[in-house]
Design a protein around this ligand. Structure first.
Ligand SMILES: [Zn+2]
Length: 304
C-alpha cells in the first residue's frame, strides 16, 4: 500500500533511544557479559521534523532495500525483489525523489536488485555501483539482464564495487569489495560503511562468514552504531567475531514474514542480541528509520 507524502507520516513512534543517564564512555553489560556501547543521545523530537539526514531500512518483504537521504540528496542501497506493486518506486516518488546520486547494489541476487531496472526507468541515477563477479557465477536471471539493458538504454555510469569513498550530502561513505575468490555470489557482497558525524551505519548485503573473516583479517574499521545484519539473519553469517568488532547499538534484520528460508535463524538472532542491545526485524517492525543529527540518533518503526 502506498504511503503518504511526508516521510514521517504513517510511522508510529517506536522505541526512542534512551538518553544515557550518565552520558559517558561507560560500557553497559548484558546478562551474557558482552560489553554494549553507551546509548546514543536521542535527537530531540522537535528536530526530527527537520532532520535532513536519515537512513531508512524499507520493509520490502524477503529482501533488502535501504534509502539514505542527506541534505536533499538520495542514495539507494539494494532495491528488494521484483514485485508487481512497485512499492519502492512509489515510495521514492512520494518522498519527492527525482534523482539518486548512487544506486549501490550489494550483489546481483534478485532479492537485492530485482527492482533495479524499474528504478532506472523512473529516476535519474548518478551512478550504479555493484560488484563484478566471476563469469561462472554471473547471474543469467531476467532481472539482471533487464538491469544491464537499462544501464545501456539510459546511459547510466556504472562502477565496479571496490575499496572506495563517496560523499552524499553530509555523509561520508566507504565501500569495500572482497579481494579473495569465492564460490557463491553472497560472498561478493560489497560492504558499505556510512558515517554522518558521530553516527555510523554498516550495510553488509548477504556477506557470509568467509567474507566476514576476510574483512576482519584486513582490519577494516567495521564498528558501527547501526548494523544491517547480513543475509537476513541467516546462520551463514554474523559470527561472534564479526559482531564483537561491529558492536552495534542497533541491528536491523530485513526479511519477510514466514519466509521459506526460515530467516532469521534462531541461533543467529540470539547471537546478534548478545552484541546489540536493540534488534529490529522488518517482518515484525515494518520499515525502520534512523534520524541523525550527526550526534544523536532517533529510531522510528512503521509498525511501532
Ligand atoms: Zn538476500
Amino acid at each position: 500500500m502506498a504511503r503518504k507524502n511526508n516521510a514521517a507520516v504513517g510511522y508510529i513512534v517506536g522505541t526512542l533511544c534512551v538518553i544515557a543517564a550518565a552520558v559517558s564512555a561507560v560500557m553497559f553489560k548484558n546478562s551474557g557479559g558482552v560489553p554494549f556501547k553507551a546509548d546514543k543521545k536521542s535527537v530531540k523530537q522537535a528536530d526530527i521534523d527537520k532532520a535532513d539526514t536519515y537512513v531508512e531500512f524499507i520493509d520490502v518483504g524477503q529482501g533488502d532495500c535501504t534509502l539514505v537521504c542527506s541534505q536533499g540528496k538520495f542514495m539507494l542501497i539494494d532495491t528488494g525483489e521484483r514485485d508487481s506493486d512497485d512499492k519502492v518506486v512509489d515510495l521514492l516518488k512520494e518522498k519527492g525523489v527525482e534523482r539518486l546520486e548512487y544506486m549501490m547494489l550489494t550483489h546481483p541476487h534478485s532479492d537485492h536488485m530485482g527492482e533495479a531496472a524499474d528504478i532506472a526507468q523512473n529516476f535519474e541515477i548518478g551512478s550504479i555501483i555493484m560488484p563484478i563477479v566471476p563469469e561462472d557465477i554471473t547471474p543469467t536471471s531476467q532481472v539482471y539482464e533487464k538491469l544491464l539493458d537499462a544501464v545501456e538504454e539510459y546511459d547510466i555510469p556504472f562502477e565496479a564495487a571496490s575499496d572506495s569513498e563517496y560523499t552524499l550530502g553530509e555523509c561520508e561513505i566507504a565501500t569495500y569489495a572482497p579481494h579473495e575468490d569465492y564460490t557463491g555470489l553472497n560472498n561478493y557482497s560489497m560492504l558499505i560503511k556510512l558515517r554522518h558525524g558521530e553516527n555510523s551505519f554498516l550495510i553488509t548485503g548477504d556477506c557470509e562468514k568467509e567474507e566476514e573473516k576476510e574483512y576482519l583479517q584486513r582490519r577494516i574499521d567495521i564498528s558501527a552504531d547501526v548494523l544491517k545484519a547480513a543475509h537476513h539473519g541467516s546462520s551463514t553469517s554474523s559470527t561472534s567475531e564479526w559482531l564483537a568488532e561491529v558492536l552495534p547499538q542497533f541491528t536491523v534484520i530485513s526479511c519477510g514474514a514466514d519466509n521459506k528460508y526460515g530467516h532469521p535463524d534462531d541461533e543467529t538472532y540470539s547471537r546478534i542480541c548478545k552484541y546489540s542491545p536493540k534488534v529490529y526485524v522488518t517482518a515484525e517492525d515494518g520499515s525502520v528509520i534512523f534520524y541523525s543529527d550527526g550526534n544523536g540518533l532517533t529510531v522510528k518503526t512503521e509498525k511501532g
